[in-house]
Write a protein that binds this ligand. Structure first.
Ligand code: SF4
Length: 298
């Protein structure tokens, strides 16, 4: 694992930085940094279950989305340094609280440490599905490294157009990398499988946050999914966009999504033959989904 951190290539940014001595552009160094671990009730019902998804929010991020609802941890890097042993304990704590699964949010910079921490936790009795909840800016190599560790992938495909990916998230070739990574996830984990109680136990559920003014981009993403991953692919269409963080200084995205915009995308979803879509209530707003980052459970 140390070798992977010595010249970090964990994500498409491929900084090559020695994280044993320095911090990467994502904010991650040699130790894991996290801001909260708790039972999260606001994921899709088959992820949260009745008691909640055992969610671990990591600090730092390999994207710089100027509308990030979790900017306090992703961009301002609020959090606490922990070691691999503590991450294993956190998973076991969440299991003891009744978590439906272990849900790693923004895990990419810590993928190598996660592999070790999950292995140690399983040896100590962890028996829950492991979720990798990612912005999709991943390398295929990292996804392959996660085989045998991750059961469920929740990749958020954000953009089709490079123009928007660079403008809003400072990410070059975003869709190229995201599409290859999501294809590798599907090859590895397959389409969703559910247990008798309706909880998802393995597979890939793609998420897409619909942004104001980017409706054509949303359509291109859905069309790509239909043509390349199959009609049965599970997709969660999110309408919770709220202009937070630096989005207030970009007029075109300094507003919430209008009902007709979300309806247009959900109609398009079924029109092109996709079968398994999940929609949010129109009243959903990001503020409702942002936890208080208080180091609880860390
Ligand atoms: S995970 Fe962080 S340090 Fe590693 S390549 Fe990506 S941005 Fe750079």
């Amino acid at each position: 694992m140390h070798n992977l951190l010595k010249a970090c290539q964990m994500c498409p940014k491929k900084c090559g930085i020695n994280r044993l001595e320095h911090t990467g552009s994502c904010g991650a160094g040699s130790r894991i940094k996290a801001a909260k671990a708790f039972l999260h009730l606001w994921e899709e019902p088959f992820i949260s279950g009745e008691k909640g998804s055992g969610t671990v929010f990591f600090s730092g991020c390999n994207l710089n989305c100027l509308f990030c609802q979790n900017y306090r941890i992703s961009q301002e890097h609020f959090g606490k340094d922990i070691d691999i042993g503590r991450l294993s304990e956190i998973m076991l704590d969440l299991q003891a609280q009744g978590a439906a699964n272990i849900n790693f949010v923004t895990p990419t910079p810590y993928a190598a440490q996660i592999v070790e921490a999950v292995a140690a936790a399983k040896q100590a009795g962890l028996a829950l599905p492991i979720i990798y909840n990612t912005n999709s800016y991943e390398t295929v190599e990292t996804i392959r490294m996660l085989e045998g560790t991750v059961d469920i992938y929740l990749p958020d495909i954000k953009y089709y157009s490079d123009h928007y990916a660079i403008k809003y998230s400072n990410a070059k070739n975003y869709f190229l990398h995201a599409s290859q990574a999501v294809s590798a996830m599907l090859e590895q984990a397959g389409h969703p499988v559910f247990d008798g109680s309706g909880l998802m136990t393995s597979g890939v559920l793609i998420r897409h946050l619909v942004l104001p003014e980017l409706l054509e981009d949303s359509k291109k993403i859905l069309k790509w999914i239909r043509e390349n991953l199959g009609a049965e692919t599970y997709v969660s269409l999110m309408c919770q966009y709220t202009p937070l963080y630096q989005a207030v200084s970009h007029e075109e995205i300094n507003r919430t999504l209008e009902d007709w915009e979300y309806d247009l995308i959900t109609d398009y979803f079924f029109k092109i033959g996709l079968e398994n879509g999940f929609v949010q209530e129109h009243s959903a707003a990001a503020g409702d989904y942002v936890p208080d980052f208080d180091l609880l459970g860390i």
